[in-house]
Design a binder for this molecule. Structure first.
Ligand code: ADP
Ligand code: ZN
Ligand code: MG
Length: 477
């Protein structure tokens, strides 16, 4: 029997506001434990929460970007449970009236574009962090994260494969980064995903029993966890077993999932509207103002890069993934560089050098104009494409101008035909056996001769002239 998986994701995105959602404590990551706390976020009796306007704006902005409808009236609810990292014994969240409903995100599958519908987006506060240290008989709790604003984005069960799930996550991260509402850092936990997955025989309409997977902090882990879990569920069904509705944890070291709690052990949160916070009432004016600040989104930029610059889909996809990289690219194009040549240098050498040095495009030593100037040195024949690679690397290391590097290092291309001819003659004279074999028909030896000439000139000979001269000298009788 053939099976099909059904997947729905619940993504928590930490909003990049400076302060917490209901108090003015800092949200900065990595501070000394319990230094970013106050009576509100530590749940002291009598303290009152006040909604951070920016957190609300960010949620609305996200809703607009994913075509959701913004609720004219929504409110906060208390989600009651007891846990050491939750000092109030309830988390302020949204329940029956979230800030956004509906909407969709489009992902690229192998052969088409697929729309993943969204259920809702709501605002809530994060909990603190329990720290269990080695063998000590106690645990510690850090409340710095308590009250940090989160946005939960819930998808409909429209996803069918692990790859679609990670494509959805990536797309969502790209959108959040473009909007500058979340830094999308999965390692630091700014973007966290719970995946719900069930399987059903192909063709069956009803969904199977779902399992919730937690603890996946990379796109790869989301895919791996889902792959493992789908396999586990299918095997269980084939053996005549039944799927238990439960929450399972992914273990990255083994690539497997194990049960954390069953449905019977699930919390009963006893939600009720939070009486300490006023309902959120939005109006058209407020929404239009946020709409006005909307940047061009990844999908629109992708389409524009293809239409305007004639880029292949692959180039556009890569450039658009990071808004800052796309800006860098366009700055270079505006400075007069060839759009495809610039893209090639970014996708090849620039990305590699950035990665090697653990840098982002923001601290890239090469500025767009520097690349364009180097490209014009290639176009004018001052340097060869091969030498340009050396120049580019040097530009990255020293942040110097291409022309300065070429002058200082004596890298100007040799386009003097008599000089090249001399070297060609030497190489031909020094390799009589190869000449004979070439003349007898071993075509591939041409590359050997060209390589020898380039080596002798330290890569500086004009490659086109080398080819022409070699052809002239190696005429077959
Ligand atoms: P719960 O009440 O257990 O949180 P929800 O109905 O709120 O469940 O759904 C949570 C997530 O699970 C959503 O992303 C939804 O799309 C997904 N989901 C719901 N039913 C299924 C199913 N049968 N298989 C896979 N995913 C599902
Ligand atoms: Zn506080
Ligand atoms: Mg739910």
């Amino acid at each position: 029997m053939q099976y099909e998986a059904v997947i729905g994701l619940e993504v928590h995105a930490q909003l990049s506001t400076d302060t917490k959602i209901f108090c003015s404590c800092s949200t900065q990551f990595g501070a000394e434990p319990n230094t970013h706390t106050c009576p509100v976020c530590t749940g002291m009796p009598g303290s009152l929460p006040v909604l951070n306007a920016k957190a609300l704006q960010y949620a609305i902005k996200t809703g607009l970007a994913v075509n959701a409808s913004i609720a004219p009236y929504s409110r906060f609810a208390r989600k009651n449970y007891f846990y050491p990292d939750l000092p109030k014994n309830y988390q302020i969240s949204q329940y029956e009236l979230p800030i956004c409903e509906g909407g969709f995100i489009e992902i690229k599958t192998d052969d088409s574009v697929k729309r993943i519908n969204l259920t809702r987006i709501h605002l809530e506060e994060d909990a603190g962090k329990n720290i269990h240290e080695g063998s000590s008989p106690y645990s510690l709790v850090d409340f710095n994260r308590t009250g940090v604003p989160l946005m939960e984005i819930v998808s409909e069960p429209d996803i069918r494969t692990p790859r679609e799930a990670s494509a959805y996550m990536r797309k969502l991260r790209d959108i959040l980064r473009y909007l500058e509402v979340c830094d999308g850092n999965m390692e630091q936990g700014s973007l966290r995903c719970d995946a719900n997955v069930s399987v059903r025989p192909s063709g069956q309409k009803e969904f199977g029993v779902k399992v919730e997977l937690k603890n996946m902090n990379s796109f790869r882990f989301v895919e791996k966890a889902l792959e493992y879990e789908i396999g586990r569920q299918i095997k269980l069904l084939e053996e005549g077993g039944t799927i238990r509705q439960e929450t399972r944890l992914f273990d990255a070291s083994t690539g497997t999932t194990h049960s954390m709690r069953s449905k019977e052990q699930a919390h009963d949160y006893r939600y009720f509207p939070d009486p300490d916070l006023t309902p959120i009432i939005t109006n058209q004016e407020m929404i239009s103002e946020i709409q006005r600040q909307m940047p061009e989104l990844p999908d629109a930029k992708y389409k524009r890069f293809i239409d305007l610059y004639g880029l292949p889909a692959l180039d556009a996809e890569m450039l658009v993934e990071d808004k800052r990289l796309a800006e860098w690219y366009e700055e270079a194009v505006r400075a007069g560089g060839n759009p495809k040549a610039i893209s090639n240098w970014i996708m090849g050498d620039l990305m590699r050098l950035l990665k090697e040095d653990n840098k982002t495009i923001d601290d890239c030593p090469i500025k767009p104009l520097h690349l364009v100037k180097m490209l014009s040195l290639i176009e004018r024949g001052t340097i060869s494409g091969k030498i340009a690679k050396t120049v580019f690397q040097e530009m990255f290391k020293t942040a110097k101008d291409a022309e300065v590097i070429v002058r200082e290092k004596g890298l100007v291309q040799i386009s003097d035909s008599s000089e090249i001819e001399k070297t060609v003659d030497e190489i031909v004279a020094a390799n009589p056996k190869e000449v004979e074999r070439y003349i007898k028909g071993e075509d591939k030896l041409f590359g050997f001769f060209a390589g020898q000439v380039m080596k002798a000139t330290k890569g500086k000979a004009n490659p086109q002239m080398v080819n022409e001269l070699l052809k002239k000298k190696l005429i077959r009788s």
